[in-house]
Ligand binder design. Sequence first.
Ligand code: F6R
Length: 236
Amino acid sequence: MNIQTFPSYDDMSLHAAQIIANVVRTKPDAVLGLATGSTPIGTYRHLVRMHKEGTLDFSRVTTVNLDEYIGLPDTHEQSYRRFMEEHLFQHVNLDPARTFLPDGMAEDPVAEGARYDELIRRLGGTDIQLLGIGYDGHIGFNEPGDVFVKATHPVDLDPSTIQANARFFASEAEVPRRAITMGMGAIMGAHRVLLLASGQGKKAVFDASANGPIVPQVPASILQLHPDVTMMFAEG
Ligand code: F6R
C-alpha cells in the first residue's frame, strides 16, 4: 500500500488527476471506476482542465460509478448521475452511452445489483477505482457491519452517513435512506485503487483503514489486501 500525504486539498486533487490521466493516456479505452461526494470534486476539476487544454481524451473511456441513491431519478438534482454530469461528464468528451451508474429507480434493487456486477465483469473490471471514505470508514456505501459484502447490493444508510450527506439536501429528512452500492468484489477487482481523504476529521479513520486490523467494522481496511492501492491524505 502506497500512502501519500499532501499539504492541501488541491495538491492531492492534482496528483490524483495525474494518476487517472496517465491511466487514460496509457490505455485510451480504460474503464474508470468513479466516486461522488465532495472529496473527488477537485480531481474532476483537474481532469476537465486537462481535457480543455487538449491533453486528455475521454472519447473511448467507459465509466462505472460506485453507487446511487434508491428512489432518486437521474434528473433529481441530488442524484449521483446528476452529480457526475455536473462535475465531469458534461465537460469532457465521454460517450454518454458508456457512463454507468446503478439504477436507483430499479424495481428490484437486488437484481439491479446483479446486473451491475455482470456489466462490470463484461467490461473486464475497472482499470482504476477512485474512492472517497466516510467518517465511519465506508467505501462506496459499504457501511460498517459484521461482514464484507461481495456483490453490488442495496444498503440501508448508516444514520451518521445520512447526517453527513444532509448538507447536500434541504433537510436531513430529504436524504434517501437507501442506496445501491458496488460491493467489495467489484472494488477489490479493480486493477488499481486510489482512495482520497481530506481534512483532520478523516485522519483517524484513514489511519485505521491503512494500518489497523482488517475488519468489516472499518470497511476500507479491506483495501490492505489489494495489491495496488494508493491512499492519499490532504492535511488541509
Ligand atoms: C460516493 C461514495 C462515498 C463517499 C464518502 C465520502 O460515491 O461512495 O463513499 O466517497 O461518503 O464522502 P465525501 O467525499 O463527501 O466526504
